[in-house]
Design a protein around this ligand. Structure first.
Ligand code: ADP
Length: 571
C-alpha cells in the first residue's frame, strides 16, 4: 500500500472515530432530552422547568453561572427569576438587541458580555466575572424568558455548546408555552372557583333567608287559621240545621287542608335549613304501621278500593329507625295512592331484606307519565298541572319524603304506567333485634276528659283566648284568662288552691311561657301545665317538657286535642 493511500486511510479512520464520538454524544444528548421531557412535563411551574433544564445542560455545557430572566411581553426590562449565583438575583436587566434576538429563537455566544448594555446593571465586582456568555430565549404567550449562561473564563463557550443549547431550545419553548397555558387556566379556574364560592354563599344565604321567611310565614299563617278552625269546631257543636252543618264541615275540611299545606311548607323549610334531626330508636314497627293504617281503611272503603297490607315480619321484631319519619313517608305514599286511584286496589308491602327496610306501595290508579317521573320529587311539582285543581295537594309530599329518605341514607324509586298504576319503592338501611318485651306503642286512649275543672289559660292573642275559652267551657270547665306569663306566675301564687290545670302559650310579651313555667315550678310542682304552641316540632316539645310542662297541644287548637291532653295529665 502506498504512503499516500496509507495517509488517506488514517484520515478516514480518524474521521470515523470522530463521527462515532459525535454520534455517541448526540445519542446521550437525545437520552437527556427525553429524560428532561419527562421531568419537565410533570413540572408545575416555570421555576421547576428551568431548574430541570439547568441540571440537564450542566452535563453538556460547561457554564459557571446559570441565570433565567423573565418579563411580561409589554415590559422593557427583565427580572431574575432563577440564578445559581445570588449576586444576580436582584437585578433589572434592560431588554436590548441581544436579548431580543435571543427571545426570537437565536442561541448567541457573547465574547465580551460585560461591555454590553444588557449587562449594565450588574455590579462591577460581578461584571469582572462575566468573561463570556451563552444566551438564548423563549417567547411564550404572556412572558419572554432569557437564559444566560455565564463563563468566568474568556472563550468558555464554543460552537458545540451553542449547538447543544439550540437542540434543547424547542423542548424548553414547548414546556414554557404549556406551563403558561396551564397557569392561565389555573388562574381562570381560581377566579371562577372564587366567584362560584361567592355565588354559593349568596345562594345559601338566600336559601336560608327563604327558609326563615317560609318558617316565619307559616307560623304566622297558623295563628289565624288556628282561630278559624277553633270557631268551626265550636259551631259544629252548636248547629242543629243539617244544611249549615254540611257547610261547616266543608269549611272545616278546607281549613284542615290549608293547615296541611302550611305544615308541609314549615317542614320543608326546616329540612332545608338543616334543623331536622332524625331520631333513631328501637320500635315495633308492625304495630305502629297497623295503627296508622286504620285511618286509611275508612278512606279506602269510602272509595270502594281494596287496601292490602302485607307486613312480612312479626310484632316481636324491633327495628332501629326514626319511626315517626317512616310513618310520615308511608302515610304520604299510601295517601297519594288512595288519592290517585279510582278502581281496584292499593297494596302496601313492608319487608326486611339485606338489612334494609323495604316499603313498596302499589296502586292500580291513574299512573304518571314517564316524562314526569323525575320531576314529581321536586318542590311544588305535580305530574299534571291540572292535578292541583282536580285532586288538591301542594306537590310537597314527595319532596319531603325524598328528603326524609335521604336523611336516613335510603333510596326512593317510582315506576308507573299511565292508566295502570304506580309503584313507589323505598329502601332504608336498618338494624334489627328480636325481643320479647311488650310493645312500646302507646295504647289508644278513650277520649273522655274530666269535667268541671278550674283552668287558667295564659294566651296573648284575643281570638285564641276566645276560641279556647269557648272550647273549654263547652267541655264543662271554668276558665280564667291571662295575657302574659308574668301575670300567670303572680296569679298562681295567689290562687294555687283553686287552679286544676294551666294552658300556657309559649310566645308572649313581657314573659314567655317557658320562663313562666320554670318560675311556677319553683313554688308549685302540682298543677299540670299544658303548652299551647304553633311549633309542632319534636325539639319544641322536648323544650316544653324540660321546662316542667306536662304535655303539649299544637295550634290550631282542636277540641279533641284538648280533651286528649286533659285526659293525659289529670289522673
Ligand atoms: P301532592 O300529592 O300534594 O300533589 P306529592 O309530592 O305527594 O304532592 O306528589 C306530587 C305529584 O306526584 C302528585 O301531584 C301527582 O301528580 C304525582 N303522584 C304522586 N303519587 C302518585 C300516585 N300514586 N299515582 C299517580 N300520581 C301520583
Amino acid at each position: 500500500m502506498s504512503l499516500k493511500l496509507q495517509e488517506q486511510l488514517n484520515e478516514a479512520l480518524i474521521e470515523l472515530k470522530q463521527s462515532q464520538a459525535r454520534e455517541a454524544r448526540l445519542l446521550s444528548e437525545n437520552r437527556a432530552i427525553l429524560d428532561a421531557i419527562s421531568s419537565i412535563t410533570v413540572a408545575t411551574n416555570k421555576q421547576q422547568i428551568f431548574k430541570e433544564l439547568k441540571n440537564v445542560l450542566s452535563l453538556y455545557i460547561n457554564f459557571s453561572d446559570f441565570i433565567v430572566l423573565s418579563k411580561n411581553s409589554d415590559e422593557s426590562s427583565f427580572n431574575t427569576i432563577l440564578s445559581s449565583n445570588p449576586n444576580y438575583l436582584d437585578i433589572t436587566w434592560p431588554s436590548k438587541a441581544k436579548f431580543s434576538r435571543a427571545i426570537l429563537g437565536e442561541c448567541i455566544i457573547l465574547f465580551e458580555p460585560n461591555k454590553l448594555e444588557e449587562f449594565s446593571s450588574v455590579v462591577s465586582t460581578s461584571q469582572s466575572c462575566i468573561q463570556s456568555a451563552l444566551v438564548t430565549g423563549v417567547r411564550a404567550t404572556i412572558t419572554d424568558s432569557v437564559i444566560v449562561m455565564i463563563g468566568h473564563k474568556a472563550g468558555q463557550f464554543n460552537l458545540e455548546s451553542r449547538d447543544t443549547l439550540s437542540r434543547f431550545r424547542p423542548l424548553l419553548e414547548r414546556a414554557l408555552i404549556d406551563i403558561e397555558r396551564t397557569e392561565q387556566l389555573q388562574q381562570l379556574v381560581d377566579v371562577k372557583t372564587h366567584q362560584l364560592k361567592i355565588a354559593q354563599v349568596k345562594a345559601e344565604n338566600a336559601n336560608e333567608a327563604k327558609s326563615r321567611f317560609l318558617a316565619m310565614m307559616s307560623h304566622e299563617l297558623r295563628t289565624p287559621l288556628s282561630a278559624v278552625l277553633g270557631y268551626i269546631d265550636i259551631l259544629l257543636g252548636d248547629v242543629d240545621c243539617n244544611h249549615q252543618l254540611e257547610i261547616l264541615e266543608k269549611m272545616e275540611s278546607s281549613a284542615e287542608l290549608l293547615l296541611v299545606l302550611i305544615n308541609d311548607i314549615l317542614e320543608l323549610s326546616r329540612i332545608e335549613s338543616g334543623e331536622f334531626p332524625i331520631k333513631y330508636q328501637w320500635v315495633k314497627l308492625k304495630n305502629e304501621l297497623n295503627f296508622m293504617l286504620e285511618h286509611f281503611t275508612t278512606l279506602a272503603d269510602a272509595k270502594d278500593l281494596k287496601l292490602n297490607v302485607n307486613v312480612e315480619f312479626n310484632e316481636s321484631l324491633s327495628i332501629w329507625v326514626d319511626s315517626a319519619r317512616v310513618m310520615q313517608i308511608v302515610f304520604n305514599l299510601v295517601g297519594n295512592a288512595l288519592k290517585f286511584t279510582h278502581h281496584g286496589h292499593v297494596t302496601l308491602n313492608v319487608s326486611i331484606e339485606n338489612k334494609c327496610l323495604k316499603i313498596v306501595v302499589i296502586d292500580s290508579g291513574i299512573g304518571i307519565e314517564a316524562s314526569r317521573l323525575d320531576t314529581i320529587f321536586s318542590q311544588f311539582k305535580q305530574a299534571d298541572d291540572s292535578i292541583t285543581r282536580k285532586y288538591g295537594g301542594s306537590g310537597l309530599g314527595l319532596t319531603i319524603s325524598k328528603h326524609l329518605v335521604s336523611l336516613m341514607s335510603g333510596t326512593i324509586k317510582v315506576e308507573s304506567i299511565v292508566g295502570h298504576g304506580s309503584t313507589f319503592s323505598i329502601e332504608l338501611p336498618i338494624s334489627i333485634k328480636h325481643s320479647s318485651q311488650p310493645n312500646v306503642t302507646q295504647p289508644k286512649r278513650k277520649l273522655n276528659s274530666k269535667q268541671g275543672l278550674n283552668i287558667l289559660v295564659v294566651e296573648d292573642t284575643e281570638t285564641n283566648q276566645m276560641v279556647i275559652r269557648l272550647l273549654l267551657e263547652r267541655l264543662g270547665h271554668t276558665v280564667t284568662i291571662l295575657d302574659n306569663g308574668l301575670k300567670s306566675v303572680d296569679f298562681i301564687k295567689e290562687n294555687m288552691e283553686h287552679i286544676d290545670l294551666v294552658f300556657m302559650d309559649i310566645s308572649m310579651p313581657i314573659m314567655d311561657g317557658l320562663t313562666a313555667t320554670k318560675e311556677i315550678r319553683k313554688f308549685c310542682p302540682r298543677i299540670p301545665v299544658i303548652a299551647l304552641t304553633a311549633h309542632a316540632m319534636e325539639q319544641d316539645k322536648q323544650q316544653c317538657l324540660s321546662c316542667g310542662m306536662n304535655d303539649f297541644v299544637t295550634k290550631p287548637i282542636r277540641s279533641k286535642d284538648i280533651e286528649r291532653s286533659i285526659q293525659a295529665v289529670i289522673s
